[in-house]
Design a protein. Structure first.
Length: 202
């Protein structure tokens, strides 16, 4: 556990706190978010399986997970063209297209992510058949979902939950946050349909 904490701290040492408590540079995650990811990395360290992040943006979260749990493959899943398929029945009106990367920034992000030998970039849209680049037979110890929308949360649950190994964690960054009601709706509906499972906030 101590070694994993040290490795995670090294992986995130450039993510310095900004005035709005956001970690600047290559992630929109705040210091508390990174601490939560560090915690779940230690929890699943003995669980077999790969890792994934859905909603990568500039890649800070994926780089940290891949560097911490470096003995397994990490799948970094994103359209890299902004939030897709926003449903105004569930999502906020201004969500569609948010977090899009211009060509130069995308190339820079891909170069940085490519430095991690265990990280696979999966570019494309989540759908009913999963995500391009993620093998259908893969098994997971940790999946971090930071997709902000109902569509992404629903399809991430449908695809990843059956592939989570015992003791693994499916972590939703945006659950119960007022700015992403679609995520809360999707997760809530899934929990209602699967009463044997419990959702936790950390």
């Amino acid at each position: 556990m101590t070694e994993l904490v040290r490795v995670f701290a090294e992986a995130t040492r450039d993510f310095q706190a900004a005035p709005d408590d956001k970690a600047r540079g290559d992630t929109a995650l705040c210091i508390h978010d990174l601490s939560a990811i560090q915690f779940v990395c230690t929890v699943v360290s003995a669980v077999p399986g790969d890792t994934a992040e859905v909603g990568v943006w500039r890649g800070g979260g994926s780089k940290a997970i891949a560097a911490t749990l470096r003995d397994r493959t990490h799948y970094a899943c994103d359209t890299f063209t902004g939030l897709p398929n926003c449903d105004l029945t569930h999502d906020t009106e201004d969500a569609n297209g948010a977090f899009a990367l211009d060509v130069a920034t995308k190339e820079e992000v891909f170069r940085e992510l490519g430095r991690a030998p265990n990280l696979v970039i999966c570019e494309g849209l989540f759908g009913e058949d999963g995500h391009p680049g993620v093998p259908d037979d893969a098994r997971f110890a940790l999946v971090h979902v930071d997709g902000d929308t109902y569509w992404t949360a629903k399809h991430a649950l449908d695809f990843f939950w059956p592939r989570i190994n015992d003791g693994g964690i499916l972590l939703f960054h945006d659950y119960m946050w007022h700015g992403t009601p679609g995520v809360t709706t999707a997760v809530g509906a899934w929990l209602a349909a699967n009463p044997d499972y419990t959702g936790y906030r950390i």
